[in-house]
Write a protein that binds this ligand. Structure first.
Ligand SMILES: C[S@@+](CC[C@H](N)C(=O)[O-])C[C@H]1O[C@@H](n2cnc3c(N)ncnc32)[C@H](O)[C@@H]1O
Length: 304
């Protein structure tokens, strides 16, 4: 384990999970209006209603034995997989004890037999898992692995013969150091918004710039060194090792990158037309190859 980095990340996530709610909407997934549009985009791009449907249709299997979710967070989706009969038993793994507590509490509140949930704080990717896994479930956590290609190959090596790897994750440049091409489009989009939408939610008398100021690598090293540590390597690693896998690119350069710091200003129904335009702009950028998010299912048989 790369102890200092992982310890820093663990305490960051413990703090994030227990932080007091500011009442502000600071991420796209916290905005009910935008979330509905983003979910519809996910369904259109993947052709599935949810992760269970995508896993079943792309794997050809209705149910799996042992699943594992590394960086599981509160594991709500994963617990739904148990409820829907997609997985029988599930290893929930997270370096944050607070996240694991939440995952267990979520399972208990939904009446899941505790024997079906196995709690782990860390999976050492230099070692094989004690038993082969039928389903790896990655949801916004693969991009926290320090060497994502190595992680993908470790998953393959620990996968049962007809097992599958589900990914619904992020693929931005490492540490989200977006290039000028993307930032130029983001700036163009933000400069098209009426000025009041650029009001800074944290300092309401001030306005945020059209071109967002991105935190640099040092910032992430100080806060959470696992944040997008090698996220740019994910797509090339999948394409190199499992070239026939159908990857659904989900956009995100507008609905996440351009909107996260200003989404609090789009709370009323009146902003819905602007959010729809944002999604259109996002879709065009996605089609031009600019994407923050993707989803796919890699079956063991897909590896070459
Ligand atoms: C962005 S959150 C995603 C949580 C959850 N999967 C979700 O979709 O809500 C990333 C999670 O990965 C965890 N994490 C980061 N590095 C990890 C590692 N090496 N092993 C296990 N968990 C890790 C963090 O503690 C955090 O809970």
């Amino acid at each position: 384990m790369q102890e200092p980095l992982i310890k820093k990340a663990a305490s960051h996530w413990d703090e994030t999970v227990t932080a007091e709610d500011s009442g502000l909407i600071l991420h796209y997934w916290e905005s009910p209006l935008l979330r509905e549009l983003v979910d519809a985009n996910w369904q259109r791009r993947t052709g599935a209603a949810n992760s269970a449907e995508l896993i079943r249709s792309r794997s050809g299997r209705q149910s799996f034995g042992l699943g594992i979710s590394i960086g599981c967070g509160s594991a709500e989706d994963e617990i739904s997989l148990i409820e829907q009969g997609v997985v029988d038993r599930l290893i929930v793994c997270d370096i944050s004890q607070e996240q694991l507590d939440r995952a267990e509490a979520c399972a208990t509140s939904r009446g899941i037999d505790p024997g079906r949930l196995i709690r782990r704080t860390y999976a050492d990717q230099n070692e094989p898992l004690p038993e082969k896994v039928d389903l790896f479930y990655w949801r916004q956590s693969l991009h926290h692995m320090l060497d994502t290609e190595r992680t993908l190959l470790w998953c393959r090596d620990n996968l049962s013969d007809d097992g599958a790897i589900y990914c619904n994750d992020a693929c931005p440049p490492d540490y989200m150091q977006w290039d000028d091409r993307v930032l130029d489009f983001v700036e163009l989009f933000r400069s098209s918004l009426p000025r009041q939408y650029l009001r800074d939610p944290l300092h309401p008398t001030e306005f945020l710039p059209n071109r967002p100021k991105l935190p640099n690598v040092d910032h992430w090293m100080a806060i959470d060194p696992t944040e997008c540590a090698s996220s740019s390597a994910i797509i090339p690693a999948i394409q190199r090792n499992a070239p026939n896998v159908d990857i659904a690119f989900l956009g995100g350069c507008i609905y996440a990158l351009a909107m996260d710091d200003i989404i609090n200003n789009f709370r009323s129904e009146e902003s819905l037309p602007l959010l729809k335009s944002a999604m259109l702009f996002d879709r065009l950028m996605s089609m031009a190859g600019m994407n923050q998010f993707f989803a796919c299912v890699i079956n063991n048989r897909d590896f070459i």
